[in-house]
Write a protein that binds this ligand. Structure first.
Ligand code: AMP
Ligand code: MG
Length: 460
């Protein structure tokens, strides 16, 4: 005799999904992340905390949504019950169906006779026991679990999709558009579920960062600062300078935009590389130090000899401006990829290059509304007398950093990840509160827990 009741499976996932979608419809599982506002509303409807990351199955046909469905698990007595809630494009319950019930009691709630009560319910119905539905006697906990999960699904569909036409629009687009531009000395690729005009605006935003910060044109605001030494800075330049100073403070000076004279001395700005003498390094170091920069209101002042190099943060700033432009245009899913820095709107998976064999990929990292930057010794370096000199300099010693092959960090914005990957390279460790991977020249790679969660290693 079977002593242990193992629960019961009523529907497989395929069978459950079939309740709401027909052959030939485009059905996609979307990983969504609730923003803070939506999450608060969902939690209010649900009555307790809700994870921001959710999966919604969406069926579309031509230019309209056919149905949404979510598979949810709720604890009944002590064990979970799993069920699917299908919702029509107006946000009304089509049907609730129990897929699996682990508890061996309370199973009557899996019957149509009970579940029928939820058909046609709306988020505003609130689904209270006694008024909105009658529980099956002896199965109250399970019945309430169905109501709770259904409230959650209705609230998610309402607040993430129906309140956000831009999110619905993104569901309908089959293929993203992909455009590339050569800006700031690199190719920038934007992939977006949205229209071309929005992508053009995003590139324009990067162009305007370049127009403000370029070290290679004499009409940029940065060039004007280098010439006049004290200027009223426009917002882009001001954001670059004050943002950079904050990163210097945070990284104990490992990140320092005043390394310009050193970059020049080692020939990294024009490729005419050479190893300078100790005296030359000392002379250049006298012109280095982020504390030499003065910012008062919108006026930036540089002492004579001090030079700013936006190379370690400029692309990150550009990526963020582009991402803002895309979001302002209502785009819910896009990737701005500048090679060494990228930002994901929605979920994207990116390859991480092997610093020892740049044709190879170490693995893939999945980002959701996050940014990643990589600083690699392999990007720009020269060799002399058997020694390798990479383009990232230690602002304390005035010399290229040795010992790190590459470092990648994940942060909310690309400005942050760009600055902090460079800083991590100098510090030879991942800064606090940042997820990342550091590959040393010798020895084993170092990863944070959050990196591990997002990373899938490539099989050798
Ligand atoms: P990234 O590839 O973002 O790590 O930036 C590296 C570039 O930033 C170099 O090519 C230099 O132009 C500049 N740089 C070098 N060392 C530093 C440093 N310690 N802090 C800030 N910028 C630096
Ligand atoms: Mg950087």
């Amino acid at each position: 005799m079977l002593l242990l009741a193992l629960g019961e499976e009523y529907l497989t996932k395929d069978e459950a999904v079939r309740l709401f979608f027909k052959n030939g419809e485009r059905v996609v599982e979307h990983a969504i992340r609730l923003d803070d506002a939506a999450r608060r509303l969902v939690e209010k409807a649900y009555g307790s905390s809700v994870a921001p990351d959710q999966t919604v199955i969406v069926g579309t046909k031509e230019d309209r949504v056919v149905a949404y469905a979510m598979i949810v698990s709720e604890i009944t007595k002590t064990l979970p019950m799993t069920f699917i809630v299908g919702v029509d494009p107006a946000g009304t319950v089509i049907e609730v169906a129990v897929m699996r019930h682990e508890e061996h009691i309370g199973t009557d709630c899996a019957k149509r006779r009970f579940l029928r009560q939820f058909d046609g319910k709306r988020p505003t119905d609130r689904l209270r026991m006694g008024t909105s539905y009658q529980p099956v006697s002896g199965a109250t906990l399970s019945c309430n679990a169905v109501a709770r999960g259904t409230r959650k699904v209705l609230a998610i569909i309402q607040h993430h999709f129906l309140d956000r036409p831009d999110h619905v629009k993104a569901l309908l687009q089959e293929e993203p558009i992909r455009r590339q531009r050569y800006i700031m000395g690199s190719i920038c690729t934007i992939t977006a579920y949205g229209d071309r005009a929005a992508v053009e605006k995003a590139f324009d935003a990067i162009q305007s960062v370049d127009a403000a910060l370029s070290n290679y044109r004499d009409d940029s605001d940065l060039a004007r600062l280098h010439r006049d030494r004290s200027i009223q800075a426009k917002p882009e330049l001001l954001a670059f300078v004050s943002g950079s100073l904050a990163f210097s403070e945070r990284t104990e000076g490992a990140f320092d935009i005043t390394t310009g004279p050193l970059v020049r001395l080692w020939g990294f700005h024009d490729g005419k590389h050479r190893v300078p003498s100790d005296e030359e390094i000392a002379a250049a170091l006298a012109r280095v130090g982020w504390r030499k920069i003065r910012v008062e209101k919108d006026t930036v002042t540089l002492p004579e000899g001090v030079e700013l190099d936006p190379g370690a943060i400029g692309k990150g700033i550009g990526v963020d401006r582009a991402a803002e432009a895309l979001k302002n245009a209502g785009i819910a899913r896009a990737l701005v990829d500048f090679g060494s820095s990228a930002r994901a709107i929605g979920e994207w998976t990116l390859g991480i290059r092997d610093p020892f064999d740049t044709d190879r990929i170490l693995g893939h990292v999945t980002l959701r509304d996050e940014s990643i930057s990589t600083s690699g010794g392999y990007e720009k370096f020269f060799e002399q007398d058997g020694r390798r000199y990479a383009h990232i300099l230690n602002p304390q010693t005035g010399r290229p950093v040795e010992g790190v092959a590459s470092v990648s960090v994940i942060t909310p914005t690309a400005t942050e990840s760009d600055a902090l990957s460079t800083a991590a390279f100098v510090l030879q460790r991942i800064p606090d509160k940042v997820e990342g991977l550091l590959v040393p020249e010798k020895g084993e790679p170092v990863v944070t827990d959050g990196w591990k969660r997002r990373f899938r290693e490539e099989k050798k």
